[in-house]
Design a protein around this ligand. Structure first.
Ligand SMILES: Cc1cc2nc3c(=O)[nH]c(=O)nc-3n(C[C@H](O)[C@H](O)[C@H](O)COP(=O)(O)O)c2cc1C
Length: 427
């Protein structure tokens, strides 16, 4: 165990050492063979940043906004249940940690502290969002929404990848009576604990989103979308945001890593005004930069916040987020790319090299767009061999990708890139 954690992963052993085997299994577990759990962080490593030099990077603005609320840097905390397993103050400590660094928090509906306590523990301008599970009992869901509205939550984050719980690899059942755990968000007035499991709605459809929309004026973010088709449905059903997520590998095992489907979803909702975020495997500042470069407006972390919580409560959460903020700012500087497009990310695999041309975040990281450049069409065959562009010999024209662009959806977009650069040069 590192005596002073220097990177996010250094915090994990503190959680392991401080909790029971059951809790450790509950927090770390993925579903089934945990293929997706493993793939989430690894997938980031398949992308390469292509840095530019001799840019003035002395003034860096890491801030962004989600749904109009400012974040000091583009990392928030995803909803995870039962923070009291990791620290006695539970979600109140997490909320204090995020607010002290200007981050955001999505509170789980399965939290141990009440949403009112959490809201009261931070300044009123802290971006708090509430995660909702669609239960069979709509009345319970509605009651929770009313409480969230009264407490000043900024949005509802509806988890759409969980019609039932995935088969978790390291725990099957709660090891103790659910009456020992407080789930105050799902209690109705007069209830002290839930006697039986509260059934999730496994008959849910897109109609549930329409029902929620007519119930509340809070913006609705859909968490758990992994395909362009569902992203388009999300737009059609009035979502304000999409959180690209595979539940940290805890639901359907074998789905892609989130970073691998991000561009597909960004392209599917382009022009709709719907914001796209990502979670799953974000562990480093360069992961954040890659996700933003691929079109995310912000990213969220799940387990790392729990590691920080176990390390030192609110201060531990603050430390984890602080490290990500510093690493992200450093990555912006070292890539030299935050001022001007295009940031180029290369994704290399054993057999193919695809190039991803990214319109880099503006200074305030507000505008990100991405287009995929078909490598096979644009790179001379002998150069199409898992190596970064621009590092080999040949003329500038050979090394520079030609302007036949293919959006992630597959539509050719001739001249887009060059028109953009021309317009920039003129302005
Ligand atoms: C212990 C644990 C509990 C979770 N509880 C919830 C939850 O209550 N609601 C939800 O939508 N997602 C839940 N998730 C999924 C997270 O919101 C998030 O998608 C995931 O943790 C992100 O991956 P990461 O842990 O690699 O950062 C949970 C994840 C973990 C690890």
């Amino acid at each position: 165990m590192a005596s002073t954690p220097v990177c996010v992963e250094d915090f994990e052993p503190y959680l392991k050492a401080g909790v029971s085997d059951f809790v450790w299994g509950y927090y770390r577990s993925g579903a089934d063979g945990e293929q997706t759990l493993r793939d989430n962080p690894r997938a980031f490593q398949r992308y390469r940043l292509r840095p530019r030099c001799l840019r003035d990077v002395s003034q860096r603005d890491t801030s962004t906004s989600i749904l109009g609320h400012r974040l000091a840097f583009p990392v928030g905390v995803s909803p995870t249940a039962c923070h009291c397993f990791a620290h006695k103050d539970g979600e109140v400590a997490t909320a204090k940690g995020i607010s002290s660094v200007g981050s955001a928090m999505i509170l789980s509906m399965w939290s141990n502290r009440t949403l009112e306590d959490v809201a009261a523990s931070v300044p009123p301008d802290t971006p708090l969002l509430l995660q909702l599970t669609i239960l069979r009992d709509r009345f319970r869901v509605e009651a929770t929404i009313r409480r969230a509205e009264r407490a000043g939550f900024r949005a509802l984050v509806v988890t759409v990848d969980e019609p039932m719980l995935g088969k978790r690899a390291h725990y099957q059942d709660w090891e103790f009576d659910v009456r020992d755990i407080a789930f105050p968000q799902i209690l109705l007035p007069g209830e002290r604990y839930i006697v039986d499991q509260i059934p999730f709605s496994d008959s849910r459809t897109w109609n549930e989103i329409l029902w929620l929309k007519q119930l509340t004026s809070l913006p609705i973010v859909l968490k758990g979308i992994l395909t362009a088709e569902d992203a388009v449905e999300a737009v059609r059903h009035g979502a304000a945001g999409i959180l690209v997520s595979n539940h940290g590998g805890r639901q359907l095992d074998g789905v892609p890593a989130t970073i691998d489907v991000l561009a597909e979803i960004v392209n599917a909702v382009r022009g709709s005004g719907v914001e796209v975020y990502l979670d799953g495997g974000v562990r480093k500042g360069t992961d954040v930069l890659k996700a933003l470069a691929l079109g995310a407006r912000a990213v969220f972390i799940g387990r790392p916040a729990l590691w920080g919580l176990a390390y030192d409560g609110a201060k531990g959460v603050e430390k984890v987020l602080g490290i990500l903020k510093e690493e992200f700012s450093l990555a912006m500087a070292l890539s030299g790319h935050f001022l001007e497009p295009p940031l180029i990310v290369l994704k290399d695999e054993k057999t193919a090299l695809s190039r991803v041309h990214i319109q880099v975040p503006s200074l305030s990281l507000h505008a990100c767009a991405s287009v995929l450049l078909s490598a096979s069409e644009n790179i001379p065959k002998e150069k199409n061999q898992c190596r970064d562009a621009g590092t080999e010999g040949g003329s500038e024209a050979e090394r520079t990708p030609r302007p036949t662009l293919v959006l992630a959806g597959g539509r050719p977009h001739k001249d887009w890139f060059w028109k953009q650069s021309l317009a920039r040069r003129r302005s």
